[in-house]
Design a protein around this ligand. Structure first.
Ligand SMILES: [Zn+2]
Length: 60
């Protein structure tokens, strides 16, 4: 399982599972929990979701 790594320096380390993969304009990808992924989309210019394991789970 991927761990959420989308916390910023002023936040405590997130221990939740990363289920959403976000990519920024430079092409760098990172897994995050839903809460931090949405925050990253708001704060990182050009960021978008490339994978959402929750949605993939619903399709099976
Ligand atoms: Zn998180």
């Amino acid at each position: 399982m991927n761990a959420c790594i989308l916390t910023t320096a002023d936040q405590p380390h997130c221990t939740r599972t990363g289920v959403v993969e976000v990519v920024d304009l430079s092409g760098q990808r990172a897994w995050g929990c839903p809460t931090h992924a949405i925050r990253a989309l708001r704060t990182v210019e050009g960021a978008r979701i490339v994978r959402d394991l929750r949605k993939e789970g619903e399709q099976r």
